[in-house]
Design a protein around this ligand. Structure first.
Ligand code: NAG
Ligand code: NAG
Length: 271
């Protein structure tokens, strides 16, 4: 099976301690044997990755146009316009019920659920996914306390599901997971930027104020453009005793009242 429809971190990578964790993390477990479906993992090692293309914003500028307009001003201006033109942002306009709320971008795999093609007896969902004409079953485990977590997050924030996995897998999983409709918008792989072999979630493309935006993701590569907006979370695979999502709720309760997420996150990170 060569299609990598699910974007997952490798278990070994997930054992790296997070420098900026906001929640005390339990000691890392021994790495387990590598998943046989290596093709699922689409995040290549950086040194194997093709050279990144030049930053997109540079190509918006004529090469020598720094005569009368300062280049940076022009860039800011282009960025501003880009985000103001309707239809160019990843997110639709804020709904009246989410007005004034902070926007939280939430990852799916290893943050809220863990999925695999290997049959497991205790799967919460089994989702058929068609790959190249053949239907495969994907076995999905919900992270402990995910229902309570999502329900509260929906009350506190404008919640956006943002996954680097393919919609044909992630959309039906989210239908099953998000029974209460907490996620106003779902973004999939095509909304990511492919950068140095990884799918990056570029928060500046959302169409929200960055100082009112948070990202909850187990993979630091996902928020490499905006590490200062991140609430790191330990990767989850199958530990049924995991309480990470519960421990994060008080953190998010505090963040939900922030005027500026940067200041608040800095406060929370301070020892
Ligand atoms: C234009 O940029 C070049 C280098 O990129 C610089 O040497 C030059 O001074 C700049 N011109 C103006 C008018 O800012
Ligand atoms: C947040 O950013 C916006 C610009 O995107 C700025 O106008 C606003 O003053 C900032 N708010 C705070 C509290 O820094």
């Amino acid at each position: 099976m060569e299609s990598s429809i699910i974007t997952q971190v490798q278990k070994e990578d997930s054992q790296l301690p997070s420098k900026t964790g906001l929640v005390n993390q339990s000691s890392p477990k021994k790495p387990r044997s590598r998943n046989i479906f290596k093709a699922l993992f689409c995040c290549l090692r950086a040194q194997d990755a093709p050279q990144p293309p030049p930053p997109a914003q540079d190509t918006l500028l004529p090469p020598e146009d720094n005569g009368t307009i300062d280049k940076l001003d022009l860039l800011q201006n282009l960025r501003y316009q880009f985000h103001q033109v309707p239809g160019t942002s990843l997110l639709p306009e804020v709904t009246p019920q989410d007005e004034g709320k902070i926007c939280v971008v939430i990852d799916l795999d290893e943050t809220l659920v863990h999925s695999s093609f290997k049959p497991i007896s205790n799967a919460d969902f089994i989702v058929p996914v068609e790959i190249e004409g053949t239907t495969h079953q994907v076995y999905v485990l919900k992270r402990p306390h995910v229902d309570q977590f999502l329900q509260r997050m929906g009350e506190l924030f404008e919640c956006v599901l943002f996954t680097a996995s393919l919609a044909k897998y992630a959309d039906p999983v989210t239908d099953l997971l998000d029974q209460c409709g907490v996620f106003g918008t779902r973004l999939f792989r095509e909304s990511c930027v492919f950068h140095q072999g990884c799918y990056v979630k570029d928060l500046s493309r959302l169409g929200r104020q960055l100082n009112k935006t948070l990202i909850l993701d187990n993979s630091p590569a996902s928020y490499i453009f905006h590490p200062e907006n991140a609430v790191p979370v330990v990767s989850w695979f199958d530990d049924l005793e995991d309480t990470e999502l519960l421990s994060l709720l008080p953190v998010f309760e505090e963040l939900s009242e922030a005027d500026d997420v940067y200041a608040k996150l800095q406060q929370l990170r301070a020892p």
